[in-house]
Design a protein. Structure first.
Length: 395
């Protein structure tokens, strides 16, 4: 029992001495001294500003549409007697698509022809009658002259002479009427001929034909339907000729010309397209100009997506920097100009157009100055930098 107590006392003494030693070391330990480590200047890519010549290029995407698309209507009214085509069917120029009941129009043509025949026969009759009327007038004029001569000798009564003169006037009146009929004969024949031609055209219009080779896109009537000139009947589109239709801003439209060849990308392949139409007056709702670019025949079907590169007028002697060199904060644009003491100076600039990876600077920079090419957001005004890497070109 005594030995156990003695061991416990030794352990307690050792623990107390250890604690006291630790406290003493902590109290006598030297205080730490704060030291500041100097950071190395950041490495930047410097870019020397030069006058450049750039060609703006805009890429637009749109869908291909048929080069020719027409919505066909009849020019007259009638009931559909035959529907001869269906959507998706290819047709040739002049092929009949829809027919109307032509009975009334055939009768109208027959009536016009009959009236022409009657008119021509009447003209021949009036010519013969005019010849007879001229002879009768001449004979009656001689009779009046004879009676007038006899009347001077009181051999003929005044009543008989008056009757002869009245008959002469009647014959001359009939002669004038027949002469008018003969002289206007050609005009009346032309009127009758025009009526025949009009009736003939109306009869032909009862058959709706394809104005060009294409594909029927839609048919809107059935057999038995009654249609008027306002009724949409068939929609026809071109079979193999497509166009890329785009809507461009006024500044781009001003740089384009009809007939210009442009590069069109379609399904991984590139084709040459030609500008065939450019709207001069912009749309009043969108203020854009419609642009149509024709592609070679057979390259694609309507509905495919295509991309076109449009180059604008070349810009010469402009100040441009890489777009990554511009810092935009609070609605303003800045660049970091590298000074001779290897410090950067934040400078406000006025931006112009951006052309691919180039940013045109309209004000704030001069040719010959050097700016930081990228990572400008991590720099501060007046900071010392290490311009080891120099950029001479950007794409």
């Amino acid at each position: 029992m005594a030995s156990r107590l003695k061991t416990t006392a030794y352990v307690t003494i050792i623990l107390v001495l250890s604690i006291l030693a630790a406290i003493g070391l902590k109290l006598t330990a030297p205080k730490p001294v704060a030291t500041q480590k100097k950071l190395a200047p950041p490495i930047i890519e410097a870019f020397k500003v030069l006058d450049r010549s750039l060609t703006p290029e805009i890429q637009l995407t749109g869908r291909l549409q048929p080069a020719h698309k027409v919505q066909l209507k009849f020019e007259l009214s009638g009931r559909v007697s035959a529907r001869l085509v269906e959507p998706g069917q290819k047709v040739r120029p002049g092929q009949i698509l829809i027919k109307l009941d032509a009975g009334d129009y055939a009768d109208a043509l027959a009536q016009a022809k009959a009236q022409h025949t009657l008119e021509r026969a009447g003209i021949q009759r009036d010519k013969r009658l005019l010849t007879l009327a001229q002879r009768n007038s001449a004979l009656q004029a001689k009779e009046v002259a004879r009676l007038s001569k006899l009347g001077k000798g009181a051999l003929v009564s005044r009543s008989l002479l008056g009757q002869a003169r009245q008959k002469l006037y009647q014959l001359r009146s009939e002669e004038a009427r027949l002469r008018y009929s003969v002289e206007t004969a050609q005009a009346r024949l032309k009127l009758r001929r025009a009526a025949i031609d009009r009736a003939q055209r109306n009869l032909q219009r009862t058959a709706l034909t394809a104005p060009f080779a294409g594909v029927v896109n839609a048919v809107y009537v059935e057999k038995g339907d009654y249609v008027s000139p306002a009724t949409l009947v068939v929609e026809l589109v071109s079979a193999d000729q497509v166009e890329l239709v785009l809507h461009v801003r006024s500044e781009l439209a001003a740089a384009l010309r009809l007939g210009r060849v442009v590069e069109v990308q379609l399904g991984g392949s590139q084709y040459e397209g030609r500008i065939v139409a450019l709207q001069a007056d912009p749309d009043t709702s969108t203020f854009t100009h419609q642009l149509r670019i024709a592609l070679p025949k057979g390259v694609a079907r309507p509905g495919a997506v295509a991309r076109v590169k449009l180059k604008l007028d070349r810009l010469n002697n402009v100040i441009a920097v890489p777009a990554s060199a511009v810092l935009q904060e609070h609605g303003a644009a800045y660049v970091m100009v590298l000074k001779s003491d290897k410090r950067v100076k934040q400078r406000k600039v006025k931006l112009g157009k951006r052309i691919r990876n180039w940013q045109i600077i309209e004000q704030g920079l001069r040719a010959g100055e050097t700016v930081v090419g990228r990572d400008v957001a991590s720099l501060k005004d007046g900071q010392i930098v290490n311009p080891k890497a120099t950029i001479y070109s950007y794409q």
